[in-house]
Design a protein around this ligand. Structure first.
Ligand code: DQA
Length: 146
């Protein structure tokens, strides 16, 4: 089984970016942890980050037929991107949405998530550990729905 972990804009700035909200750990640490959590779940792992909406859409399209599950933190595009939602619906790969922060308790403009219209589950406010929860949950979800 193979998972694609997708991170959107500014997540490459973790560690520097608003540490009171996103913590002190950097993006490389997040990637190392995701690789570890995938290995523990017995899942092959590819990680992709981009600051560009079209690059995220291209990556989702390329996953068709090659990837069994997607864990995505669309970052700011969560709240704006119909294109990312449509890409996920096009490939129809089981998907979990992750947010490091608790978006439901933040600004009004963060209260809409287009990706939530497709994602099987949304995990928020668990910090980096939310990715681990997403990986384990998605593995079990795919196994159950085979
Ligand atoms: C985020 C929350 C978004 O609102 C924000 O734009 C991000 C990160 C999170 O992980 O908490 O860039 O997706």
């Amino acid at each position: 089984m193979k998972f694609l972990i997708i991170n959107g804009p500014n997540l490459n700035m973790l560690g520097l970016r608003e540490p009171a909200i996103y913590g002190n750990r950097n993006y490389a640490t997040l990637c190392t942890l995701c690789e570890k959590w995938c290995a523990e779940a017995g899942v092959e792992c590819e990680i992709f980050q981009s600051n560009h909406e079209g690059a995220l859409v291209d990556k989702i399209q390329e996953a068709f037929g090659k990837v069994d599950g997607i864990v995505i933190n669309p970052a700011a595009y969560t709240h704006t991107s119909v294109a990312i939602l449509d890409a996920l619906k096009s490939v129809a790969i089981p998907t979990v949405e992750v947010h490091i922060s608790k978006v439901s308790e933040r600004e009004a403009f963060r209260q809409i998530s287009f990706v939530s219209y497709y994602a099987a589950r949304t995990i928020q406010g668990m910090g980096f550990e939310g990715y681990g929860e997403a990986i384990r949950w998605l593995k079990a979800y795919i196994d159950e729905n085979k």
